[in-house]
Unconditional design. Structure first.
Length: 271
């Protein structure tokens, strides 16, 4: 059986405090009523181990105070003022135990819910890393809160860059600078500007992105209720490349290969 020190710490501390007050009052110097200290101990007991421990500590505190009041009277028994003080202490300590215990339970429930939320988020992120669809989640300020593995692979984005929560603009310029897009140099700036505008406006019209390595991704933007965006990059190479004119297949392949070997493009990719 496991020993639960938390459950007995509050009552034990209350009893030790009461005993110490009696001994100091009898043997050393007169001690004022320790009732305020008992209230603090009851609150500590409830915060550590819950309502039950707090109520036990409160009962010990009331009993100790009753003995303390009796020991300080010239005549045996209690007068109305003593009874009123003890009733006030009983109500205060019991209320403290209940309120603190309920706040503790509320905090524990909130912590458990937060842990469950994080566990669910971690499972979802792990699942999204297994699909071949690139996924980017942007917050309301268009910073990337999540970038899955497929997107990182498509656009040669390092883990350090992805985990730094880059803005969408930075992701677009990264793709441009590394030569990810199958576009002439003079069209890249306009292409990037258009994509940024579509994202900010929440335009959900899907568009195809031709990559320099021959892959085709279908880009789609979904506006989220909190003002963020979910961006998806679905691979549709097999569905799109078959529309290329077969008579020009060699020419297309040569163009793509030429772009991959372009010195400037290789330099940007190396950087």
């Amino acid at each position: 059986m496991r020993f639960d020190w938390r459950a007995i710490s509050g009552p034990a501390l209350t009893a030790i405090t009461a005993l110490a007050a009696f001994l100091i009052d009898r043997l050393i110097v007169a001690v004022p009523n320790p009732a305020p200290l008992f209230v603090c101990i009851v609150a500590l007991a409830s915060s550590i181990s819950g309502i039950t421990s707090g109520l036990i500590s409160a009962a010990i505190a009331v009993a100790a105070s009753a003995l303390f009041f009796l020991d300080h009277r010239a005549l045996p028994g209690y007068d109305a003022a003593d009874v009123a003080r003890m009733l006030m202490l009983a109500a205060t300590t019991a209320g403290t135990a209940l309120i603190t215990g309920m706040l503790r339970q509320k905090w524990i429930d909130a912590f458990a819910a937060d842990q469950q939320h994080h566990a669910t988020s971690a499972r979802l992120a792990a699942a999204l890393d297994q699909v071949d669809i690139g996924i980017v989640l942007l917050d309301a300020d268009t910073r990337a809160e999540f970038i899955n593995r497929a997107f990182r692979d498509y656009f040669a984005l390092s883990d350090a860059q992805a985990e730094s929560k880059p803005p969408f603009v930075a992701l677009m310029y990264h793709g441009r600078d590394t030569g990810a897009y199958e576009l002439p140099e003079d069209e890249l700036s306009a292409f990037v500007a258009k994509r940024i505008e579509m994202m900010r406006s929440g335009d959900s019209t899907p568009i195809n992105l031709n990559l320099a390595d021959g892959q085709v991704l279908r880009f789609s933007c979904t506006a989220l209720p909190d003002g963020g965006r979910m961006l998806s990059y679905t691979p549709v190479t097999d569905l799109v490349r078959h529309t290329d004119d077969p008579a020009k297949a060699d020419e297309y392949r040569a163009q793509r290969a030429g772009r991959e070997r372009h010195p400037a493009r290789l330099l940007r990719a190396a950087e």
